[in-house]
Design a protein around this ligand. Structure first.
Ligand code: PLP
Length: 400
């Protein structure tokens, strides 16, 4: 075979995608697997949104649109940013793409040069450093502590800033910890960033509406208006509107940067699906009541899992503040032996044991640059969660 690109050596495949593929394969082989590894709502997309898409198809929304989205969806995004976040963008400062994941990669391709450094608080979503490495830039991990609710502090940020620092990626609510930065917590960071005018900021707000225990949402461009021309705020409909398969992400940011992103997309992206854009207009502009109902359901599922897992010998977990994940500390499991004599050395060993011997799929902390933890997604039915937790508890109790 002729040689492949050397750039493939710069980054790993997504570890989350490989766990998902393994769990699916085992299921196809007839194994009963409780899959708590996926970051995907188990709710169906709301009927109002599905109806809007069907109507749009019947009215001809079956063709290419403008590369960076329809005016109708840009206007809906503009209104959403203004109303929910107090952020004012002109239409040419808004970009629609085929999901937040490719949009993040397109933004990074527009911002980064090989050799640039990008500060990423960890635990982090696997594709943030993945896309940085793909661009030939380097992730600089800002390790946060469980005692600090996995949040980066001003001092921690300041200590990592360096002449090569080009970008900071923030994600609140966080995948995988569910940490939600309050306005004051963000202000600690924005106060530092104001002093460093050469640093871009990406705010990945994709879990914005999934907040528990009455929390409110804050985003850097709104917390510190002086950063407005350096922040690109990324969002999408996948997580908060149960629309993962529709593939719509969007971003607002300063005109010059967005022109750069559009230029990258002119060579790498097609237009997002026309009918999905019509659906996203309906989601953003329609009633938000069902979103609140889903959040209440997620919160009660979170509580169910926290109660159950804190009974498992060797595990410890605090309730997450948002998103639909729990990041479970499994330090108490390390060094134990499985019934067939394998020593659990890290969360990857533990997660493999739970999948292979107990039929429950989770994601090891290493996928998020943090060990010894694993991520559990509670975007699953109560029945699946109860069954999954029982299996995890049995798995822990069977270790010697
Ligand atoms: N950002 C974060 C933090 C995520 O967890 C995900 C998906 O898991 C995405 C972005 C991607 O979202 P989308 O489905 O819009 O591509």
């Amino acid at each position: 075979m002729p040689a492949l690109s050397k750039s493939l050596d710069r980054f790993p495949s997504s570890k989350i995608a490989s766990i998902f593929a393994l769990a699916t394969r085992l299921q196809e082989e007839g194994r009963d697997i409780v899959n708590l590894s996926t970051g995907e709502p188990d709710f169906d997309t709301d009927i109002s949104v599905r109806d809007a898409a069907k109507k749009a198809i019947d009215e001809g929304a079956t063709r290419y649109t403008a590369l960076d989205g329809t005016s109708a969806l840009k206007r809906a995004v503009q209104a959403k940013f203004a109303c929910d976040n107090g952020l004012e963008y002109e239409l040419d400062e808004i970009i629609i793409d085929t999901g937040a994941k490719p949009l993040l990669a397109h933004i990074m391709l527009a911002l980064l040069d090989p050799g640039d450094e990008v500060i990423i608080p960890t635990p982090c979503w696997t594709s943030h450093p993945g896309a940085v490495k793909f661009c030939g830039a380097y992730p600089v991990f800002a390790r946060t502590r469980e005692e600090d609710d996995f949040k980066l502090k001003g001092q921690g940020l300041q200590a990592l800033i360096h002449p090569k620092t080009k970008l900071l990626i923030l994600n609140s609510p966080s995948n995988p910890t569910g940490a939600v930065y309050s306005e004051n917590e963000l202000r600690e960071l924005t106060d530092v960033l104001v002093e460093h005018p050469d640093i871009w900021i990406i705010a990945d707000d994709i879990y914005e509406k999934l907040l528990f225990d009455g929390r409110t949402f804050a985003t850097p461009a709104a917390v510190e208006p002086r950063l407005r021309d350096r922040v690109i705020t990324v969002n999408g409909v996948s997580k908060c509107y149960a629309m993962t398969g529709w593939r719509i992400g969007y971003a607002g940011g300063p005109r010059g940067a967005m022109a750069g992103v559009r230029k990258v997309m002119s060579q790498t992206a097609g237009s997002p699906p026309a009918m999905s854009q019509a659906a996203a207009v309906a989601a953003l502009s329609g009633s938000q009541d069902y979103v609140a109902e889903q959040v209440a359901t997620y919160q009660s599922r979170r509580d169910l899992v926290v109660r159950a897992l804190n009974q498992a010998p060797g595990l410890k977990v605090a309730p997450s503040e948002g998103a639909f994940y729990l990041f479970v500390n499994c330090a108490g499991i390390l060094g134990k032996e499985t019934p067939d004599g394998k020593t659990i050395q890290n969360s990857a060993d533990f997660v493999s044991y739970l999948l292979e011997d107990h039929g429950v799929a989770l994601v090891p902390g290493a996928a998020f640059e943090a060990d010894p933890y694993f991520r559990l997604s509670f975007a699953a039915s109560n029945e699946a969660l109860e069954k999954g937790c029982k299996r995890i508890i049995t798995g822990c109790s069977s270790l010697i």
